[in-house]
Design a protein around this ligand. Structure first.
Ligand SMILES: [Zn+2]
Length: 471
């Protein structure tokens, strides 16, 4: 094999790092050239979505984060009585302000947002010494199409904060990055996307209790599951402030997704083991969708997919949704500065500690908000994913036949079959097969992983669905 210029290869094809490394090393990789020619184009950008992304404002995000910090502490255990709320101190005051912001955005769009709270009394637990009121605040932008409106995409961040002592409720816990940044992403997406209309529903959520043990998100996800909500995607933003350390890469945001689902049944696990499905959880398909949104729209930041639930020693609210069987991922800045998280505000030996606004890169948070908004808007504009997607495995054949049921709700005008080599991290090929519910491709199912997605007349793509084998 001739040696390639490694620099040019990524421009030519959507290849995984393993394959790229193999090429750069001059290793033979069967029929690479032929595969490169039909590498999938990304979907066309929707001009309305592209225009909305330009409305996302670093200045608005800065104002939001500074306001959140002004409550001095947003510890879930801090005061939330009327006097504390009136004095503008503690989590109760933060909650009321977030609610008033959502209500303000709603007034600006003719009442298009339904602003709601999900409150409950958390019983004493590990980091909750006494019964504590926890309140999630959220705004619903209901879909315009009766059938599609049952489909929900959701963005979330946690508005509670902490300092060095997780039980301290009096000293400053500014939480500018953790997670004022994620809360600001949720609010800014609400402000900008509420000016558009989408067939599916978008929920803009902010939760409390994260630092005490994911209590708020757990309650919300369980409530959604028991109410039968069809949440297609959860985007959890936690520590997306782009801390201004010298080793930060402000062009990259990490996107964490679970591989083998925590909610998998024993039967699911048997299938995953037999078919090599370790990297095709619904959360991972969502992560790949985010990667595609990042290629389609100018956001200023590139998603770096991390194939792992979360960072070492850490957890986050997306896990609460994973536990209920929902697709959920976590966005986090490229490099965290641990002096600026979960720390009392202080200076020691010339080193500054504390989660202060001055360490946050507001332009970076705005870019992460753009990537979130591009993903939410794309999904909320797209048809539902095809249902009952199957790969026929009745006989030993070198062709592969896929069947599915039409995307419910009507707007799909065609379907695409995606595939990739089993060793590749992202989809490599997309083939439109028209407005059908069955397709046969001259490729062996033994060698690739397939998926099917629905496409509407404007080119909006649904999440892809990996087929189940059917005998
Ligand atoms: Zn956090």
């Amino acid at each position: 094999m001739k040696s390639h210029s490694c620099a040019k290869l990524p421009e030519l094809m959507v290849l995984g790092s393993l394959a790229r490394a193999a090429l750069c090393l001059g290793l033979a990789w069967a029929s690479t050239a032929a595969w490169a020619q039909d590498a999938p184009a990304t979907g066309p950008a929707d001009s309305k979505i592209a225009a909305a992304l330009k409305q996302i404002s670093a200045a608005r995000i800065q104002a939001t984060i500074e306001k959140l910090v002004s409550f001095q502490t947003r510890s879930t255990l801090s005061a939330q009585d009327p006097a504390a709320i009136a004095s503008g101190r503690g989590i109760g005051a933060a909650r009321e302000w977030i609610k008033s912001e959502f209500e303000r955005y709603s007034r600006d769009c003719g009442g298009c947002l339904e602003v709601k709270t999900d409150g409950f009394t958390q019983a004493p637990a590990d980091r909750i010494p006494k019964p504590t009121e926890i309140t999630n605040v959220y705004a619903v932008l209901k879909g315009t199409d009766a059938e599609s409106a049952k489909r929900i995409v959701l963005v979330t961040g946690h508005y509670d904060s902490r300092n060095s002592d997780n039980l301290n409720v009096t000293d400053a816990a500014p939480g500018a990055n953790d997670d004022g940044s994620g809360t600001a992403v949720s609010l800014e997406c609400a402000r900008v996307l509420s000016k558009l209309k989408f067939p599916a529903t978008i929920i803009f959520l902010t939760v409390a209790g994260e630092e005490q043990g994911l209590n708020g998100s757990k309650h919300f996800a369980e409530m959604a599951k028991s109410a039968g909500w069809n949440i297609e995607a959860v985007l959890n933003n936690d520590i997306v402030g782009g801390d201004r350390s010298s080793q930060q890469d402000p062009t990259v945001v990490r996107v964490f997704s679970e591989g083998v689902p925590v909610a998998a049944t024993d039967a699911d696990l048997r299938l995953i083991r037999n078919l090599g499905g370790e990297s095709d959880s619904i959360s991972r398909e969502l992560a790949r969708y985010i990667a595609e949104a990042g290629r389609t729209y100018e956001t200023g930041v590139k998603p770096m997919l991390i194939f792992r639930l979360d960072r070492y020693l850490r957890g986050g609210d997306h896990y609460s949704f994973n536990q209920q069987g929902y697709a959920a991922v976590r966005f986090t800045e490229f490099r965290e500065d641990y002096n600026h998280q979960h720390q009392n505000v202080r200076t020691e030996n010339g080193v500054e500690f504390g989660d202060l606004p001055k360490f946050v890169n507001f332009d970076y948070v705005a870019n992460v908000a753009r990537l979130n908004a591009a993903t939410l808007a794309s999904l909320a504009s797209a048809p539902a994913p095809p249902a009952m997607v199957h790969l026929l495995t009745k006989e030993l054949q070198n062709d592969s036949t896929l069947t599915w049921e039409a995307s419910p709700g009507g707007p799909a005008t065609s379907y695409e079959v995606l595939w990739r080599a089993t060793m590749s991290p992202d989809w490599e090929h997309a083939q439109s097969v028209g407005n059908v519910t069955r397709a046969t491709l001259p490729k062996s199912k033994d060698n690739v992983i397939f998926a099917v997605r629905a496409v509407d007349g404007q080119g909006h793509r649904s999440l892809p669905v990996v087929p189940l084998p059917e005998r």
